[in-house]
Design a protein around this ligand. Sequence first.
Ligand code: HEM
Length: 214
Amino acid sequence: MTSRLLIGRVPVTWAARDQSEAATSFAGPEGAHFKQRSRPVTSVMSRGRRRGESDRPVAMEDLKNLRYLEAVIKEALRLFPSVPFYARTICEDCTIRGFKVPKGVNVLIVPYALHRDPEYFPEPEEFRPQRFFPEATNGRNPYAYIPFSAGLRNCIGQRFALMEEKVVLSTILRNFWIETNQKRDELGLVGELILRPQEGIWIQLKDRRQFLSE
Ligand code: HEM
């Protein structure tokens, strides 16, 4: 990587802080809605540690085992891609779904809409982490799900972002149940550079140890 390219990426890396933060805040409450239908889901989400080690900080080894949580994070990024749209300039004449697109045209890619294509995600508004189980993703068009973009200028931080989300969410979920009364249509989503809920997401954290002793 040249130093010019590296310098160019520094502000993007700062912006990435916001992207990860937005993604994490959507994944928790969506997991919570799911949990309302099935309480044990949250304990599955927080699983991944060996018995008797529940208080130690999450380790690299644990992250690989948090497969369900990974599916929850990916499903949240499907419905609420932190970068809801991005632009590209077409470099050569091409045809997309029968439409001729000439070289030089600027196109807007909208993962927020793309991720709701029922051909790839039946009943797209439903939050279903199972869509990201290995058996479900096998054979799916890789461009049907692009929260981190794709191709040469895709996100260089995507692996880090997933790890970061797993660390934050598993740490919260180990200690708290997340609950929310807010409905999805009350979020007041605004698609600026980063997709955000205008009024924030209102959640309640309930100490799990207290809950278990009741
Ligand atoms: C959930 C979290 C994240 C999401 C959804 C995300 C998404 C994206 C997307 C969609 C792009 C392409 C934007 C465009 O082409 O206009 C991008 C680019 C980029 N991301 Fe991320 N990102 C995340 C986290 C991160 C993190 C944690 C880092 C760094 C540690 C990072 C670093 C970058 C960089 C440097 C680019 C520019 C790559 C290039 O232009 O060659 N991102 N990201």
